[in-house]
Design a protein around this ligand. Structure first.
Ligand code: F6R
Length: 609
């Protein structure tokens, strides 16, 4: 989704802004722009539709761009992707430039009133109203005070940064529901919607909270809330620039698929006690007693995070004996969910910024419910706003389609199952068994990854199909949905995921010889059921690709393709079974000449509703 980067310091701003915008490319966008203040003191703005490289061409060779600037990657919400709609947006007199993430819901009303007062708009965006509203405030006031006066007029969500040619050494920024983080390095200061934008310069960061306004100058930063200056603590990020580079892989998606053995190791590190069969989750320590007494858990999330939660539900019910619901955050927020005593809400989110998931957290908090987060991005809004939580430690995920973050969430659910299970009825023997199986996963994933060439061949065979059906049962039912989501996201092939038991209730009508089915059939408690489903599919002449347990010879005939995965316990099958399907989706996208890292229309963090 939209990205913001800003810089003040002692270096030429434009190259730093461009580098920052490139590092934000992964979030998904359709146009980009920068505003800067050269020594002449007039604001310069350059914008381009398409990749940041297009913007770069426009500003190539530009000198003396000054030492302060803001940049933006836009993901269209109001108005099609065209240069006039790209940010930054200016006021009538070209004194002010604004970049904005989020949505101003009352922009039309504000725009009508501004037009009636003589303002002339140059874009169809909601953002432009902010520049014009700032224009109406007295220029004798500091820019941060003007922004504080404008903010109450805006309904919606925003992370925004502003330049004013009349205070040429300053950036002012503010957030409400859309992330902003400051980077600090000696006498250089950065502002961005994601620290990836400045991570090559500094790892010292400071996260802004809602309604805080910050003024950045080469002399330092000042943070205000309600007109009062406040101090905040600087944090040091653990990850570095290496983690957000491709390191020899052709795409981030492939790199991140290959990182998964390490991701499992990182999720488990320091958290398992093999002797006692226990999980230690430091982030839950303060709420341990409440968790012991919890009667019901409601997991909320979107997309892949929702599917990870659905797998978590199966695990927690089977091994921890706690009632669990898993809900799409986008629906949960508008229902009137019933919270009984002892209900806990757990929000699952890679980015920690997904608007719907955050809204579900707010709803639960409003009703006085204990909220937990299962989040990847340290310091993100959901991580900070929930009462306690578990970090998934997948490291920065750059590919828009989630791979390693999803797997880290499923592994974190296994840890949570151990944690809650051992608080309840799970024996230490069972705890140790799960831990042994978890610890063996990285090696098993490496074995699956070593079949990459074979999977690539299968991918080439299916690259031209128009549809896929994915089926699985029990733990593999949500995996069928997740695998189908991966396929549609990166290859644009229509792919449906279904619990296999539902096939006869409708989707079997779709099948013919041109409609391949991918069936998860490991040798587990529902294996025989899956075999019957596969037989029914074959009877309709649909091509079948089966994912089954290593050493199983039962599919040596009668199906079209087989991918073998090492045996693990049923609750961990989703982790091993999704890996070949991530690879399949990736290689089909590549075979079709698509960019799997930045699928069309998609954004990495969905910070608007
Ligand atoms: C799918 C995908 C999305 C996200 C969803 C939630 O590959 O990436 O479906 O899982 O947008 O995002 P987070 O986890 O950041 O809340």
């Amino acid at each position: 989704m939209c990205g913001i980067v800003g810089y003040v310091g002692n270096k030429e701003a434009l190259p730093i802004l461009l580098e920052g915008l490139k590092r934000l490319e992964y979030r998904g966008y359709d146009s980009a722009g920068v505003a800067f203040i050269p020594s002449g003191g007039k604001i310069g703005v350059e914008r381009a539709v398409g990749k940041v490289a297009e913007l770069e061409k426009k500003i190539a060779g530009m000198q003396d761009s000054g030492f302060v600037g803001i940049g933006h990657t836009r993901w269209a919400t109001h108005g099609i992707p065209k240069e006039e709609n790209a940010h930054p947006h200016r006021d009538c007199k070209n004194n002010i430039a604004v970049v904005h993430n989020g949505i101003i819901e009352n922009y039309q009303e504000l725009k009508n009133a501004l037009c009636a007062r003589g303002h002339v708009f140059r874009s169809e965006t909601d953002t432009e109203v902010i520049a014009h509203l700032l224009e109406e405030e007295s220029a004798s006031l500091p820019l941060e005070d003007r922004l504080a006066r404008v903010a109450p007029k805006l309904i919606g969500t925003y992370g925004l940064a502003v330049l004013d040619a009349r205070s040429p050494e300053k950036i002012v920024a503010m957030r409400l529901g859309s992330p902003l983080v400051l980077g600090l390095k000696d006498d250089e200061y950065f502002i961005a919607s994601d620290p990836a934008a400045f991570i090559s310069h500094t790892r010292d960061v400071l996260y802004l909270d809602d309604r805080e306004i910050v003024a950045l100058t080469p002399q330092g930063i000042q943070i205000f809330e309600g007109g009062v200056q406040k101090k905040k603590e600087v944090q040091t990020l653990e990850w570095d620039v290496m983690k957000i580079e491709k390191q020899g892989f052709p795409h981030f998606m492939l790199k991140e698929i290959h990182e998964q053995p390490k991701v499992i190791e990182d999720v488990l590190r320091g958290r398992i006690d093999s002797k006692e069969g226990l999980a230690h989750l430091g982030g839950l320590r303060d709420v341990e007693k409440k968790l012991r007494e919890a009667k019901r858990l409601i997991i909320v999330g979107c997309g892949s995070a929702f599917y990870a939660g659905s797998i978590g539900k199966y695990m927690l019910e089977e091994y921890a004996g706690i009632a669990v619901d898993c809900e799409l955050a986008s629906e949960f927020r508008y229902r009137n969910p019933v919270f009984n005593e002892g209900t806990i809400v757990l929000a699952v989110s890679q980015s920690g910024e997904t608007a719907d998931t955050l809204a579900a957290v707010h709803e639960a908090k409003h009703k006085g419910i204990l909220t937990l987060g299962m989040v990847n991005v340290v310091g993100s809004t959901i991580a900070r706003e929930t009462d306690a939580g578990i970090y998934t430690h997948a490291g920065p995920e750059i590919g828009v389609a989630s791979t390693k973050a999803f797997v880290s969430q499923v592994a974190a659910f296994a840890l949570l199952t151990l944690f809650l299970g051992r608080q309840r009825n799970m024996t230490s023997v069972m705890g140790r068994h799960i831990i042994d199986e978890l610890a063996a996963l990285p090696e098993k994933i490496r074995i699956i990854l070593s079949q990459q060439k074979d999977i690539e061949k299968i991918a080439r065979k299916y690259a031209d199909v128009k549809n896929f059906l994915y089926i699985g049962r029990k733990y593999n039912a949500p995996i069928a949905l997740e695998a189908a989501l991966k396929m549609k996201e990166v290859s644009y092939i229509h792919a449906e995921g279904y619990p296999a038991g539902e096939m006869k209730h409708g989707p079997i009508a779709l099948l013919d010889s041109s409609f391949p089915v991918i069936a998860f059939a490991p040798q587990d408690s529902v294996y025989e059921k899956m075999k019957s489903a596969i037989a029914e599919i074959k009877a309709r002449q649909a091509p079948v690709l089966v994912i089954t347990t290593e050493g199983n010879t039962e599919f040596s005939q009668g199906v079209d393709d087989v991918i073998f995965v090492p045996k693990t316990i049923e609750m961990l099958e989703p982790i091993s079974n999704i890996i070949p399907l991530q690879l399949l989706a990736y290689f089909i996208a590549v075979a079709k000449g698509l960019d799997p890292d930045q699928p069309r229309n998609l954004a990495k963090a969905v910070t608007v509703e």
